[in-house]
Design a protein around this ligand. Sequence first.
Ligand SMILES: [Cu+2]
Length: 119
Amino acid sequence: MLRRIALVCAAGIMVVFILSACGTEKANQEQQTADVKLIIKASDYKFDQTEYRVKGNQPIQFSLESTGNHGITIDKLDLSLDPTNPNQVITPTAGTYTFECSIACGLGHKDMKATLIVE
Ligand SMILES: [Cu+2]
């Protein structure tokens, strides 16, 4: 009887290990890097540029360097950055994408806007 309980426990522990291994793999995929990088700096209450330009149709690593709690979301590009997930690699298609801070960060929040131009 005791042996059976030990076996069931061991099986349960194995399942937990396998599940956590899957989670780690997913997290690693989100931490991709690319040769071409675009760093967007955010602070209270602005981005460091009003306009960012990149050449499209290549993998680009977008990095958010944020002083304070600010984020960027561009739905059309599936891009979503915030202080807990500051890096993402995407291959953007040409276009002009306006974005604003995606986190309600304070009084100047509504002024935090910029444009990404993908050539
Ligand atoms: Cu904000």
